[in-house]
Design a binder for this molecule. Structure first.
Ligand code: SF4
Length: 364
């Protein structure tokens, strides 16, 4: 489920995870393969829930010295650009009721967060499911729902638009972000742990175009360890292919019904990602046929005015570098000193799937 539905958690004690005998064997395999490879390997998990699993089970501590696990841009709240937060804050401050998922409330924009807008008297309401937003619109006909997230949640938003919900879409597609990472020469990654939830919708075929070892993984500690072992197997064998270690949920062609619905409601557009900038064909905007439910169309004049008035606020937050695996959260000078879950300076500290939040709570 989308991380945005979970409450923020506080510092968690590290409890060593007890793996089964089979998993003990996998960890042994990982050490043997790493030794045979003999040079430093960086594996990137692309899903915030995987970052959470890795931290929760202390998986980094189980890795051989030459295997580094880094987090990528897999937390949907974290990659939502400041400009989208600014627009929704601006709509709320202009008197339009807004509904959002919980984690979105504290994400900083250039002006303020949605929590800040609520404290200033704006009508910003947290919803725990998309159907709650649909019901809320019956009471508040001019309600705008802030739709964000990857393919996992886009299908639910598409369903809600068909029910008549008005949406401001900041939805994003995952594969273009992977492409952007691979094109950035500063980023060194030897293999991807592909996202399980997203892959359940888009399938595995879409990843074939990326020339890098990839394994689609589930979300238990054992699932992630299995994926790491499989990735090292590919690296050792000098292979770059897509393997599916989450076959109980993920199919080659994905969820055709969900994809059809998404395609009916949305069309591909360019999109801004926090820290990554604009990525071509990485966003989803509502099709003209459904513009009566598209907040970007309905409130276009107001949005134009809001955008003109935005003053980009300089920030010391290094979330953009964290999201690309270029630095660890603890390398950010604000980490723990100023930035904490109860005083987040950047989006990566807000969501429970954000790398900084995970690092803060589990101290890996
Ligand atoms: S610790 Fe806070 S300020 Fe630093 S990168 Fe993470 S979210 Fe941004």
């Amino acid at each position: 489920m989308i991380c945005a539905l979970r409450p923020n958690l506080q510092l968690m004690p590290y409890v060593p995870y007890k793996f089964s005998l089979k998993m003990d064997k996998l960890i042994k395999n990982i050490h043997e393969k790493a030794e045979k490879i003999g040079y430093p390997i960086r594996l990137m998990e692309l899903c915030g829930t995987h970052s959470q699993t890795i931290a929760e089970h202390g998986i980094k501590k189980l890795m051989p010295k030459n295997i580094t696990l880094v987090s990528g841009p897999g937390c949907p709240v974290c990659v939502t650009d400041q400009s989208d937060i600014d627009v929704v804050v601006g709509l709320a401050l202009a008197g339009i009721p807004v509904a959002v998922y919980g984690d979105t409330m504290q994400v900083p924009g250039n002006m303020m967060s949605l929590e800040g807008a609520r404290r200033s008297g704006a009508d910003v309401q947290i919803v725990y499911s998309i159907s709650e937003a649909v019901n809320l619109q019956k009471e508040k006909p001019n309600l705008v729902f802030f739709g964000l997230g990857f393919e996992t949640t886009t299908g639910m938003t598409a369903w809600a638009i068909k029910q008549g919900l008005t949406v401001y879409s900041a939805h994003k597609l995952f594969p273009p972000a992977m492409e952007a990472l691979l094109q950035n020469k500063k980023i060194r990654v030897d293999g991807f742990i592909d996202p399980g939830h997203v892959s359940a919708i888009i399938g595995t075929e879409v990843y074939q175009k990326f020339n890098i070892p990839q394994v689609v993984a589930g979300f238990s500690g054992e699932d992630v360890i299995l994926a790491i072992d499989m990735l090292l197997g590919q690296i050792l064998g000098n292979k770059s292919r897509v393997e599916n270690a989450y076959g109980r949920l993920v199919k080659k062609g994905g969820n055709k019904k969900a994809l059809k619905l998404i395609n009916e409601i949305f069309e591909v557009s360019d999109a801004k990602w926090r820290g990554l900038g604009e990525i071509k064909n990485s966003g989803l905007k509502i099709r003209k046929k459904y513009q009566a439910q598209d907040a970007s169309f309905i409130h276009r004049k107001l949005i134009e005015k809001i955008k003109k008035e935005i003053k980009v606020k300089p920030s010391a937050c290094k979330c953009g570098l964290v999201l690309q695996g270029l630095i660890e959260p603890k390398e950010c000078p604000l980490f723990r000193k100023v930035c904490a879950p109860d005083n987040p300076q950047g989006a990566c500290m807000v969501s429970v799937e954000g790398s900084c939040n995970v690092e803060y709570r589990y101290n890996n």
